[in-house]
Design a binder for this molecule. Sequence first.
Ligand code: FES
Ligand code: FE2
Length: 406
Amino acid sequence: MRYYFWINMNTEEQQPKSRREQVRAIGQSGNYWYAMEMSSKLKKGKSVEVIFWKSPIALYRGEDGKVFAIENRCPHRQLRLTSGIVQGNEITCQYHGWTFNGCGKCTGISHELGKGKAKDSLPNIKVNSYPVQEKYGLIWVFPGDPALADKVHIPEVPQLTQENPWEFVPLDFTLKAHFSMILENVCDFNHAFLHRKFKPFTDPHLLGTRHEGDIIYVDYETDMSQSSAVKTAGEKKGEGLEDMTLWYHYPYQGSNTADKYLHWLFMTPIDEKTTRCFFVFLLGPLEIPFINKPVPKFLRKTVIRLANFFYIVPLLKEDVFILQEEMLGQERHPHIQHLEFNPIVGGFQKLSIKKWNEYIHTEALRKQKQLDSKERYIFPGAGLTKKELQEYNRMLEESKELEMQS
Ligand code: FES
Ligand SMILES: [Fe+2]
């Protein structure tokens, strides 16, 4: 497709970039819901800054409990709105007291508006705003085209929405690594060596991959019986736990073992070197060790917290460390090809690049439409700058002309 032109070329040298170089430079499509913060971390009347691919967003919870997401920039002098105060369902900049509602519209200014102008002759001032919702104990933001927000859904996790939902305690990590690197880590079991102490998967064999639209499934045969978490959960020999399916359900990642042990990883890309990761681990059976009786409901959260503390977090810290090492390797040797033996890596990279290109393409068209209609406020989806989109449109025009000439 024509829009692949955008990142297939290095604009400075006009040299094709390797797929790895391309993927390590891109963000994720804003036209999906992204977990941005734990619900419990944002109290009524408070605000917090979150970032989606270099775009700062002010998340704030109004005094009635509703959460709003607007651009974290006071248009007066570009201060962060999160350094201000929340009153009612609005946020006010700390400096000169400009107030914004959840739609990003300026609803009040605390000072006179020039000589002889009354305070109530409020000019039309706006910042970008984003659809927001809360689910699974997380705050989700839709950073792209708001018109698509109702058509795209947060992944359904039946274990959390069924009548007797499973208990869970989400984990929040900010990793110093590009999101594609994290994906390649989580789905590539060839790194069992790294986890030789905790043994979450032993002697893994890749059985195959399946593509279904924007989902890639990866099937492994592995031995989970040596994992202390599985043993603690009451699995004596790990029977029935030999097969694990992982997926890249764009832009989310997850796994399922025998419908008993599952996880979801909701990533939010911050920049080329940083990714916010919310892990939801779902531990099905949870039995009391030695007596093999189910853990009573009121104790399950405590047991999960203990499992997180003693097993899952130390295990993930091994990955956190190794991904920082991989980032260093990439910085030192950005152009050297990898010697990659796992075919899923290429498949994941292709899907990420395709979705990013689509995002730039649809946002550039949306921006062009708004420009044509001479709308005053033109906000591209978060993660994309007006300059980037203009450049994309310019290149598109050029390639159209070239096509017509040939
Ligand atoms: S900088 Fe925000 S009100 Fe002046
Ligand atoms: Fe790992």
